[in-house]
Design a protein around this ligand. Structure first.
Ligand SMILES: Cc1cc2nc3c(=O)[nH]c(=O)nc-3n(C[C@H](O)[C@H](O)[C@H](O)COP(=O)(O)OP(=O)(O)OC[C@H]3O[C@@H](n4cnc5c(N)ncnc54)[C@H](O)[C@@H]3O)c2cc1C
Length: 438
């Protein structure tokens, strides 16, 4: 299936019109699209569900949409699950749950495709746990010359190392194989907390159980803390009553929050009072449910996001300074700041590569200028070697990113080998990776 179309991402800040769009149904059709583009000197971007805020998936010429390439290939007895690249995470979670398996860790939402999420280093929280790419065991990539390359720790290991977080710059992913684990439940404990206390005991709090995070409401000292503890399914589930889930997660977290954001847009001066109101809305609650239902939430209010990964010990000082900036009224931020952690991993372009990591994510409503708020985070994170999420807004280029990733050149060497003509590129990749071969 081919055609010409326009495209926009989830947040609406990346758009393009009049690009050629291909919907391949198998590896041969992906290969044909790549070879055709290469012969015509055109550039290709594969796309998932368009949830990246950066222009990483914005096509210059040809867009390859994997929505017809989204089936389960198989699950073996050890929990190795293989899926086609366009499968959304929520469907993968359902397929796994139906067979008694779970992914080890997930981010906040499950609307991304598995390949899109892997390609930008999507992560959740957990001091002992890595992002989604640490669960990856094998990939099949369609290369720009149309050949199919399988890679894993045993087969083409140097390609596998780079392609675990490949930015869609090494090939179009045909299938991915992830290691699932026996299904488990999470006991969720959520409740209000004070920023000062969380920062004073930051390491202790963030490592106090399996998956810990908090949201801080700028202009206040108030936070919403979330602690999720892994428990066996055999202990039984005590999910939130349906009315409470709808009221708190749909009405308060989405509908009321949308109203607060809209009011802040009309009257920016009211944002600090609105933030205090928003932070007071969510009280303590505890429940136990299947892991994928606890990890993810619905995000209906559209926003723009910047997220920096910093050495874990540096996070409290950055948050303290952001608190000062918000208090001084230098910027009015209606959205909470999200704070998470991850274990060090060994993936060249992972934001947690080689170091214990804390993530600090700032948000502003869609169609708002993030101006000084994002600039302050970017500057402070930069002072401590911060690495931006590949799918979230940042202003860095290849020269700076090379200094933040000790294995940057290892990645670009694999890219130059697999895609010497730069078929899998766009203006954004030129900026963050440099032209092919540099
Ligand atoms: C509401 C919201 C919540 C989010 N929460 C989190 C979170 O909790 N944690 C986190 O880390 N991130 C989070 N993100 C960011 C998001 O996970 C990433 O941007 C992710 O890449 C989006 O997946 P996607 O399928 O939409 O990919 P897209 O944005 O469509 O594409 C991302 C990249 O993947 C490439 N790609 C897609 N398919 C293929 C393929 N078959 N082969 C090769 N390359 C491919 C694209 O070319 C592009 O470079 C969130 C984003 C939003 C909007």
């Amino acid at each position: 299936m081919t055609g010409t179309s326009s495209w926009r991402n989830w947040a609406g800040n990346q758009r393009v019109a009049g690009v050629d769009v291909v919907h391949p149904a198998d590896a041969d059709e992906i290969a044909a699209a790549l070879v055709r583009a290469a012969e015509g000197g055109r550039r290709v971007r594969p796309i998932g569900s368009g949830h990246s805020f950066t222009a990483i998936g914005r096509p210059d010429d040809v867009q390859v949409v994997l929505d017809r390439h989204d089936r389960l290939v198989g699950i073996d007895d050890s929990g190795l699950v293989t899926v086609q690249s366009g499968m959304p995470l929520h469907r993968l979670n359902a397929e796994l749950a139906a067979r008694g398996w779970s992914l080890t860790n997930l981010g906040d939402i499950d609307r991304q495709t598995v390949s899109g999420a892997l390609s930008t280093g999507t992560h959740g929280t957990g001091a002992r746990f890595g992002g989604l790419a640490t669960q990856l065991r094998a990939l099949a990539l369609v290369l720009p010359d149309g050949s199919l390359l399988r890679c894993s720790a045993e087969e083409n290991p140097e390609v596998f190392a780079a392609a675990r977080i490949g930015l869609g710059a090494l090939g179009v992913i045909d299938t991915v194989t992830l290691q699932a684990e026996p299904a488990f439940a999470l006991r969720a404990e959520e409740g209000p907390a004070r920023l000062g206390e969380l920062l004073d005991g930051f390491e202790e709090f963030m490592t106090s159980t399996d998956h810990v995070e908090f949201y801080w409401f700028p202009h206040t000292s108030r936070c919403l803390a979330k602690r999720n503890t892994r428990v066996p399914l055999s202990e039984g589930l005590t999910p939130l009553p349906r009315w409470r889930g709808v009221w708190e997660d749909e009405v308060l977290s989405n509908a009321v929050f949308a109203g607060i954001v809209a009011a802040g847009r009309r009257r920016p001066a009211a944002i600090p009072r609105l933030a205090a109101f928003a932070s007071g809305g969510l009280g303590p609650r505890t429940w136990t449910d299947a892991s994928h239902r606890v990890f993810v939430s619905r995000r209906r209010v559209r926003f723009l996001e910047m997220e920096y990964a910093v050495p874990r010990a540096e996070a409290p000082a950055i948050l303290t300074e952001l608190h000062r900036i918000a208090k001084a009224g230098e910027f009015r931020a209606a959205f909470p700041v999200e704070v998470r952690v991850a274990a060090a991993d060994d993936i060249p372009l992972s934001t947690a590569s080689g170091r214990e990591t804390a993530y600090i994510a700032a948000h502003v409503p869609a169609r708002t200028d993030p101006g000084a708020w994002f600039a302050a985070l970017e500057s402070m994170a930069g002072d401590v070697g911060g690495r931006p999420h590949w799918g979230k807004l940042h202003g860095l280029d290849a020269a700076t990113l090379r200094t933040r990733y000790p294995r940057f050149d290892e990645f670009t060497a694999v890219r130059a080998r697999l895609d010497p003509a730069g078929v899998l590129g766009n203006a954004h990749l030129d900026r963050v990776l440099g032209p092919v071969g540099c």
